[in-house]
Design a binder for this molecule. Sequence first.
Ligand SMILES: NC(=O)c1ccc[n+]([C@@H]2O[C@H](COP(=O)([O-])OP(=O)(O)OC[C@H]3O[C@@H](n4cnc5c(N)ncnc54)[C@H](OP(=O)(O)O)[C@@H]3O)[C@@H](O)[C@H]2O)c1
Length: 286
Amino acid sequence: MRILLTGAAGNLGAQLARQLADRHDVIGVDILGEVDRRVDLTDYESTRALVNQVSPDIVLHPAAWTDVNGCALDPQRALLVNGVATGHLAAITSRLAIPLLYISSNEVFDGALHRPYTEVDQPNPINPYGYSKWYGERAIRQVNPNHYIVRSAWLFAHGGGNFVHAIRNAASAGKKLRVVVNEVANPTYTNDLAAAITRLIRTERFGIYHLVNQGAVSRWRFARDILDLTGYAETPIVRISRHEWRRPSLPPEYTPLANYAGASIGIQLRPWGDALRAFLAAENTA
Ligand SMILES: NC(=O)c1ccc[n+]([C@@H]2O[C@H](COP(=O)([O-])OP(=O)(O)OC[C@H]3O[C@@H](n4cnc5c(N)ncnc54)[C@H](OP(=O)(O)O)[C@@H]3O)[C@@H](O)[C@H]2O)c1
């Protein structure tokens, strides 16, 4: 397949580019960075010209403004980058009858359900980042029937700054750690997510998917396991609530994602603890 991949310089995009390159012709684009082409996806005409020129069999769209606090401080920009630009891609691909895969987030849910969210549960975002991702979902669903919407959560990737690196680095610098105990979701290894997406795009089973490593955990428990596995088992972590960790974007409380749609076609990710151990082992041998 000839694949146009947005966000190719990002954490998930770079991993997708690596995993897809064996079997497919991948054209990676991003706003900056070492990619095949640079494009600002908020510019409709540039995006349309790009898709026409590349003439892909499918567009994979992980590009986004992922700074949740930045999104809270500038909701209009969040909506433009994550919502409106996704709508551009939906319209362009729909007109050309090209499938579109969009990466969305656990933060489209409000976290008030207190059971894992299924693919058919109703989103109700509580912050501007979540709203912008949900806007993108709706734009696609209204315009391009040949879509995959893949919701994921708490990504950790090699090379990128993420929660695993932040916790380990804080412990190694001897900093006092305070981590939220009442924010719960599914830590997900980008390598596992990219492998699942690589399989999904061959199915042509369009729809909404929840692709996360299995099992839900609090930020505090996740941090505890990171330290236990990286030689900092003696480092204490103070438990705090979501409201004590002051930041512009308040995350939803309980948003584990249940994977029914993917599991029904044999696409499931391993438990998050196994994924974390594999991630750390790969970091140590790199
Ligand atoms: N990270 C998570 O924990 C998480 C959880 C659930 C879902 N997701 C979703 O998963 C996807 C991938 O996340 P990630 O962590 O891999 O993100 P990332 O590393 O921030 O990558 C996103 C890429 O998109 C680029 N981009 C931003 N604005 C653009 C524009 N106007 N035109 C073209 N490219 C643009 C970014 O460039 P700059 O960096 O230069 O802005 C960046 O290279 C996103 O859609 C995100 O919403 C992420």
